[in-house]
Write a protein of this length. Sequence first.
Length: 191
Amino acid sequence: MSKTEDQFPGSTLFDLRGKQSVRATFKLSQKAIDAIGLVAIHMGIKQKSLFDHIIEDIDALDSLAKTIRIRQFKKISRKQKTFVLSRRTIESLEAISRAYGTPRDALVEYSVKKLESIITAEKARHEERKILLKDIIDHFNQGKLFYKNAVSILGKDDPFCRRIEKAVFACHKTEKELAAFIEKSKILEEF
């Protein structure tokens, strides 16, 4: 490859600069702060990526800015919170804020409301998962009983029983992982 060839095709300095991380402080409601944290932690999405998704879409942000009622927004109890965002996201936010004379805080607060439908859907899925966990534990318990029965008939050292024992062990490990996931998801119940 010659030195003049582009080592990163399709990348420009502007593209790379837009991906830089910057810190920004907003005054948001506790509910918005909780929603951001909940989605980021529960769904394993970095907060920066989450902000990129909900704010960087300039057309959606433009439409949202037209619906914000500043008087109502000012009634919301808010506190300061600092987040890491991409430079492109903060620039989109500032552009819409200037264009509509709308505070950045209001744009972020109302953008985060989009997450509420995701959280509500995930909360319903959490309830279904809890039911399914009970069902699979019952199923795994049947497997343990089957193993005990096989051992009583064939003996613990029988190759057939050793294979069943491996399956029961794998099921036990899976049961623990599923229970941990449900425990981690309990945060959804409080939202």
